[in-house]
Design a protein around this ligand. Structure first.
Ligand code: ADP
Length: 569
């Protein structure tokens, strides 16, 4: 909570003013029953109309003043909580962008989305309600009790007993509610995740006719979310009726005890009416408190979830070393890595590459190809060994130093719902010439020219109005456009026919001399020109060498080449 509370600090003066105004309103509200008692007990019996008018007018004025104060303070509260939530959301978003890939995996995208939306909303609600009711409600309860104590201690004692019981009941209920709301929030995360997955994979879901299964999966998650929310709601549902019942009970007790006291001549009937007014005040205030507690329990749970992200440790530290011996342009030295710390997803990888050379990576699905590349990009840090980049240990390179060095096409990468130009330029404000040159190298220029508005043609969400091969070529153009020192293509030609793929690789070599290339492919043909090919199997580099060497030495490679290229070799 400390971190979240610090967002309130800049607004301290405003909050202080709001609190003072609320305080004034509460004092005015507390004085009203006293005036009422005065009218009934002192003015009515003497039929002093002028005094009644005076006191009545004063009551009206005070009620009006209290309303005005409350409106002002509530507006201020809304403004403060809105502004601090805006800053909180901004910082949370910026922090999210800085999370390491490992941290992103751990939090999961859907949970981050709900932290940015639901949780910031809950925190907003909490601060808003606390400012509105946090002063007023306790003051009305305590002030009401104090004023009644001065007049009739026995009646005040009944009130005290009732409000204590109410507080205790609400506190117990709330304490049980908080963990349930946290669980409910997690269940909502799951629902959001499934929606995202389905929205992203809608085609495959339809193609494989898994709608039924997906619907069931969604229904199950949604049911679980409803059940946990219901569970939390069930507990919290007791709060209001319980406090209502207790206060009504107190009301009856006060009337009974008051009647006895009036009977014995120790109290006036006007005072009883005043007491009943206090009861109404205390009742509403206690109910307000109950609601406040609900908002509070939700808000605290959400604040914790937000702080988890805000306070997440700097994922990847940049090691400062005065390392003397530089390493290769690109390479690994005995590198091992595990995503979950259970089994090694990359095990003892070693290779090296010179500037301008091409690295080919071949291996079945799940063999660790993407993992190897992710370590080169420092999306994750290796558990053991050294990853070399530009002659330096990547551990010593900051995010800024790494940025801009790579052009990357990953699998399942998405296009934006924007023009072809924007999709290639990708917020880097490249010139149209640069974009066209990249499109030409990526073998995309021909089909772009044939689009209704060429470079300015608009793509649907995820480029749904293009073929798979066209999308891949646009993504390659995007990766090429800023002329990176190292280009990584992760199965980027899987949707291209052999001829286009061959033309693409030839064009990259021709148009981008000096660019280091890392090509992941399941096609031997796409890799045969590479200076070094790694054959991966179960996270281990099984063999490495040039196409010719591997044909000679690696049985698996030879078999793949024969299968794919038939009698070509
Ligand atoms: P490839 O690119 O060769 O298909 P990957 O490098 O993607 O293979 O995956 C290698 C292994 O690491 C697989 O067993 C996969 O399940 C696991 N893996 C990949 N990404 C993650 C992740 N984010 N968290 C946990 N395990 C992962």
């Amino acid at each position: 909570m400390k971190t979240i509370l610090s967002y309130l600090r800049p607004h301290a003066p405003r909050v202080a003013v709001g609190v003072t105004v609320k305080f004034t309103a509460a004092v005015l509200e507390l004085l009203l029953p006293l005036l009422l008692a005065h009218i009934i007990d002192d003015c009515v019996p003497t039929r002093d109309l002028a005094a009644i008018r005076r006191a009545g007018g004063l009551m009206l004025l005070m009620a009006f003043g209290a309303a005005l104060c409350n409106i002002t303070a509530n507006r201020m509260a809304a403004w403060v909580s809105m502004d601090m939530t805006r800053l909180l959301r901004r910082d949370l978003y910026q922090r999210t962008l800085l999370l390491s890939q490992a941290q992103l995996d751990r939090f999961s995208a859907s949970s981050l989305v709900s932290r940015l939306t639901n949780d910031t909303y809950n925190v907003h609600q909490m601060f808003d309600k606390i400012q509105r009711g946090g002063i007023r409600a306790p003051m009305l309860v305590l002030g009401g009790l104090a004023l009644t104590f001065l007049q009739a201690p026995p009646l005040a004692l009944i009130q005290l007993a009732v409000s204590s019981a109410t507080f205790l009941a609400i506190w117990l209920v709330t304490r049980k509610g908080i963990p349930r709301y946290t669980k409910a929030q997690e269940a909502v995360d799951t629902v959001v995740r499934i929606i995202r997955e389905n929205a992203a994979g809608v085609r495959i879901v339809k193609a494989l006719a898994c709608q039924e299964r997906e619907r069931e999966r969604f229904t199950a998650a949604s049911r679980s979310a409803r059940e946990t929310e219901e569970d939390a709601g069930r507990i919290m549902a007791a709060a209001n009726p319980l406090s209502n019942f207790l206060l009504n009970l107190g009301l009856v007790l006060v009337v009974l005890a008051g009647a006895l006291l009036v009977d014995r001549g120790r109290m006036n009937s006007g005072q009883i009416v005043g007491f009943l007014s206090y009861f109404t005040l205390i009742q509403t205030a206690t109910l307000g408190l109950a609601k406040l507690f609900v908002k509070f329990s939700k808000g605290v749970a959400s604040a914790r979830r937000i702080e988890e992200v805000l306070l997440a440790p700097e994922g990847q530290l940049v090691r400062l070393t005065e390392e003397a011996a530089p390493g290769p342009e690109l390479g690994m030295e005995n590198v091992s890595f595990s995503y979950l710390g259970v089994e090694k997803d990359l095990n003892g990888a070693s290779f090296s590459l010179n500037k301008g050379e091409t690295l080919g990576i071949l291996g079945p699905t799940g063999s660790g190809k993407t993992t190897l590349v992710s370590l080169l990009l420092r999306l994750y840090d290796a558990d053991e060994g050294i990853v070399w980049l530009g002659g330096q240990n990547v551990d010593t390179l900051s995010r800024e130093a790494l940025r801009g060095r790579f052009g990357v096409v990953f699998q399942n990468e998405a296009l934006l719902n924007d023009s072809v130009y924007e999709n290639i330029s990708f917020l880097r404000e490249l010139s149209r010439e640069e974009v066209i040159a990249a499109a030409k190298t990526a073998q995309a220029w021909e089909f772009i020219q044939n689009l209704p508005r060429g470079l300015d043609a608009r793509l649907d969400i995820r480029g749904a109005n293009l073929s798979g091969g066209q999308r891949q070529r646009l993504l390659i153009a995007r990766a090429l456009a800023a002329r990176p020192g190292i280009l990584v293509l992760d199965s980027a030609d899987s949707a291209l026919d052999y001829r286009t793929a061959a033309a693409l690789h030839a064009a990259i070599r021709r148009d981008c001399p000096g660019m280091t290339l890392v090509v992941i492919s399941e096609r031997v043909a796409s890799l045969r020109e590479a200076d070094r090919i790694l054959v991966l199997e179960d996270g281990v580099i099984d063999a490495q060498g040039t196409h010719a060497q591997l044909l000679k030495d690696c049985k698996r490679y030879r078999r793949m080449a024969e299968l794919q290229m038939g009698g070509l070799e």
